[in-house]
Each structure stands twice: as C-alpha cells, then as structure tokens.
Design a protein around this ligand. Structure first.
Ligand code: N01
Length: 498
C-alpha cells in the first residue's frame, strides 16, 4: 500500500488543529495535512448548534491572540459568531489547501524502523514524521446508559447533534441533564414547547451572565485605538486568573460566587420547593460554574417541570422515574455531555510496543507530559491533552501555550537533526504525580460532588490545577532533557529524500 509522505499530520480542524496549521506554516513547516472528519473547520463550535449555544468565556479572551476580532457583537458570543470567526481565521490563514475534510483517522501506528507514523484514514494512508492531535475533549457525545433508551419511538437526539428538522413548537419535550449545554437549551426552547420536563440528577451552580452588546462606538474604538483591544483582553485575562485560588487553594474565596448563585435562584424562582430542588448541595466550583440570567425563570414557568427523581427507564412513549411516575414526551433531548476522561482518539493510536494508547490509559488513567507527550508514543503530540482543561478561563489560551511547546519541539528536531523524540517515563510520571498532588487540595477533589473531571480511579485527569500563566511558563520552550532523542535512521532519511 502506498502512503502519502508528509512531515506533519494534524488531527482535527477545531481551534487546536487550526492553530497547529497556522503555527506550522509560520515556522516554515509547509509539508503538513490536517485531517478532519467533518465537512468544515470549527470542531465543537461547528457541531454544537443547539438553540442558545454560546460561550461562557468573554470573546475578547476566547479567541486567538494573533487574530483579534474587534467586531464581536457581545461580550459572550454565540455559536454562529464563534464559528464565523474560526472560518474567517482559517480562510485568511492561507492553510486551507492542506485540510482534508470528511475524512476520519482510523488508525495511527508508530513504525520504529521508519521513525514515522503510519496514519490510515477513511481516505488515503499517510506516513508522517510527527502527529499532532487536536481531536479535542468535547468531540464525542456521551449517551446515558439508561434502560430502554433504544426503545423510544419519538424523536431523540444529543445536544451536540441537534436535529434542526424537528420543530419543537407545541411539542412535549424532555431534556436529560442540567450541565453547561442544558442550561443554555432550556431557556431557548421553553417558550415554544407545550411542556418541558427537565431531568436533573445534580443541581448546578448558575451565576448571572453579565453579558452585553458592544456599541458601534466601542467596536470602532477597539478596531482603531492602538493597544485598546489588547489591554481589554489582558484585563479580562487577569480578572479570570483571580478565580484560581478559589478552586485550588482556598475554596472559601469562592463564597461570594456561591452567594451570587443562590441570589440568582432567589431572583428567578418564587416557589420554595423548586428553589430547594435546584439548590446545589456541594461546594461551588466542584462542577463547572455555569452562567445564565434566563435558566431559573424558564424552570419556574408554568409549562416546565424539574424532575429530580432518578430515571428508572425510557419507554417507547416517555420516561418512567424511580417513584413509578410515567411522563410521556414527543421529543427527548440528551444533554449528558461528552467522553472526556477517555479521549476516544486514544483507541486509534498504537505506540511503539503495539499497544493502543487507550489500553495504557485504561490501566493508568490519562496522563501526558505537559498535556502533550506520552512515553511509548514518539513524535506524537496532543493539543488539549490530559490535565489541560480549565474551569475559569479560555481554552484558546491553553491551546496557544501547547502549540508554542510543540512548535519548538518541531524546530528542535529540525535544528538538531533528530529522527524521534520520546518523553521518558520518569518525566511523564513526575509531571503527573505533581499534578495529582496539587489536585488533592482543590475543590474538584474535596467539594463533595461527582463530576466528569474525575476518572474511574478518582483522579482528576482533565483539569489544570494551577494558573494559566504557570502553564504558559512550563510550555514556553521544548525541553529535550525530558525526552529520549534519536538520530534519524536510514529509512527515515530515504523517506525524507524520496
Ligand atoms: O455536559 P455536562 P454538557 N442520567 O457533562 C447529566 C463544555 N461546554 O454537554 O451532574 C441523568 O456538563 C449530568 O448530571 P450529573 C463545558 O466544558 C461549554 O452540558 O453528572 N443525568 C449533568 O447534569 C462543559 O462542561 C460551553 O449528576 C445524567 C449533565 O448530564 C462541557 O461542554 C457550553 C446522566 C451533563 O453535563 C459539557 O457540557 C456548553 C444520566 N445517566 C458546553 N449522565 C461554553 O459555554 C449525565 N447526566 C464554553
């Protein structure tokens, strides 16, 4: 079988993959492809088109530092604006000719003799010196394991795979889950449906969304006044960093936010029983803190019922709860999140001893040195890998930090004429042990909740437990001392010259 030789293969065309393409090109690396299973750039922002989808990080910060956008219409942008931004940045980057859409990665296997990854896709097979995975943590919708769910005869879809053909007007609708997606969907659909059942397993903390539209004058100033947009972004950045100690060191610092959330309930809901039902019983911050001004008023509306009894089963016509109550619905919306603690792409990555990464992580839990490199998987780098997620700030900042590390690795390999770099087990273990030690005192471990941040071993393998500037410091440059480096072998030289 012939393979297409490339220097670098990037998986995914969301914020991470696009950043990889732009930064590779900037550094003079032009021989790369980006493999994307969807038909467009955007990743999670392309896929999550549910009503009300919006970002809960201000857009001035939730955007690339190298592609500022003075035209954000609001402080917290909605999905269509974010998707349009990603498309514009991609169009203007001059890299799109190297994106291969509608193509899935089926397997990436390390070939130690060639010092290359053989990447089989649903289209061509590639032979790449390095693989950069921007496959993302929020890319695989998770369906709940509820008895009878396959028997439902109405319309059923996941929040990340919204069925726009189904008109909800006048329908009886149920939504399972009360996480970040659900609290945006509920107020967006409540007024049009006949009846809405909201199945809540754990109440989230929801603080007010201090959103506002920018005036024309403000947008003009952001576009024209030198340094203004950067100063604005910097101010938002530092304000957000101020939240970190409340998550990681002293949860008491988050008490004002807890009060704000309780006041938000009191403002939106009059009925004491409903207020009690939606009041969380764990410390704020243990689960992602959500923002909305409209969620609680929607729950309080006459056509809405919050169901806190456990779901016993789904029947062909609706949902039966543990107390025996059956509620019939026409449409069932699944807003139960994503596979986050077992990145699905890991099943497809086969390392130097022939073991899939998923199998290794199944035993040890997810870990990667600096969120990027895994021992046994040379020349493979994650963007948004294990322990790089945030509860307080912009993932785009983390993506840029990780890319500067990866790009420096690529530069180092060129400069030093290296065929392979593989993080040592010791470096990876020490890095992960330090993270888990820091996790012990965080609200995510001690806040009294179960969350998708924690894996089945009880370890938090998803979040970064420090400031984002600490992460930026750690990823400022590639550190070959933490890696076993090898000179190119003959096969790789031949491949490079063929
Ligand atoms: O998913 P979630 P999401 N039976 O995992 C419940 C990002 N995001 O799609 O808390 C019944 O947060 C589960 O209950 P519990 C953001 O990072 C960002 O809403 O586990 N219920 C929970 O209520 C976010 O964190 C934005 O008890 C079940 C809900 O389903 C991530 O996406 C906007 C259940 C899942 O909540 C995921 O958000 C939207 C079951 N079997 C999303 N299983 C921004 O604004 C799960 N649940 C940037």
């Amino acid at each position: 079988m012939t393979s297409i030789l490339v220097d670098h293969l990037v998986i995914g065309a969301g914020f991470s993959g696009l950043c990889a393409a732009i930064k590779l090109q900037e550094t003079g690396e032009r021989d790369f492809v980006v493999i994307e299973r969807g038909s467009d750039v955007g990743g999670t922002w392309r896929d999550n088109t549910y009503p009300g989808a919006a970002c809960d990080v201000p857009s001035q910060l939730y955007s690339f530092s190298f592609a500022p956008n003075p035209d954000w219409p609001k402080s917290f942008s909605e999905q269509p604006e974010i998707q349009a931004y990603i498309k514009r940045v991609a169009d203007e980057s001059g890299t799109l000719d190297r994106f291969v859409f509608d193509t899935s990665v089926e397997e990436a296997r390390w070939d130690g003799d060639a010092q290359r990854w053989t990447v089989r896709t649903s289209g061509a097979t590639y032979s790449a010196r390095t693989v950069i995975s921007g496959a993302g943590a929020l890319s695989s919708p998770k369906l709940p394991d509820i008895a009878g769910i396959d028997s439902f005869e109405g319309t059923l879809f996941h929040s990340a795979e919204w069925d726009h053909e189904t008109d909800l007007t006048g329908k009886r609708v149920a939504i399972i889950g009360t996480g970040a997606s659900s609290i945006q969907i509920v107020p967006a659909i409540q007024k049009k449906v006949a009846h809405l059942d909201v199945y809540q397993r754990t109440a989230p903390y929801v603080i007010p969304r201090n959103d506002r539209s920018y005036s024309k004058l403000e947008r003009l100033a952001l576009a024209k006044v030198p340094g203004l947009q950067k100063a604005y972004r910097t101010a938002i950045y530092w304000a957000r960093e101020g939240y970190v100690p409340g998550f990681t060191l002293a949860p008491k610092l988050a008490l004002p936010a807890q009060k704000m959330a309780l006041a938000n309930i009191a403002k939106g809901i009059k009925d004491p029983a409903l207020r009690a039902a939606v009041t969380p019983t764990y410390q704020i911050g243990c689960k992602r803190i959500l923002i909305s001004n409209t969620y609680y008023p929607a729950l309080a509306a006459d056509n809405c019922e919050v169901v806190t009894d456990a779901i016993a089963e789904v029947t062909p016509t609706g949902i039966v709860t543990a107390d025996g109550t059956a509620r019939d619905v026409d449409v069932l919306i699944i807003a139960t999140g994503f596979h986050t603690t077992e990145l699905p792409i890991a099943e497809k990555i086969i390392g130097k001893d022939g073991t899939p990464l998923a199998q290794r992580w199944e035993e040890t839990g997810m870990s990667a040195y600096k969120g990027a490199s895994v021992a046994g998987f040379p020349n493979f780098f994650f963007v948004v890998g294990p322990n790089t997620g945030l509860g307080h700030s912009s993932m785009v900042f983390m993506i840029e930090s990780q890319m500067s590390y990866i790009i420096d690795a690529v530069r180092t390999m060129r400069r030093e004429d290296l065929g392979a770099v593989e993080v040592t087990e010791t470096a990876e273990r020490t890095w992960s042990a330090d993270i888990q030690r820091r996790m012990k005192r965080t609200v995510w471990s001690n806040g009294g909740c179960a969350s998708w941040y924690l894996d089945k071993h009880g370890n938090n393998t998803t979040l970064w437990p420090r400031t984002t500037f600490a992460f930026r410091g750690k990823t400022a440059s590639f550190d070959p001392d933490a890696y076993t480096v090898s000179a190119p072998n003959q096969l790789d030289r031949e491949a490079a010259h063929s």
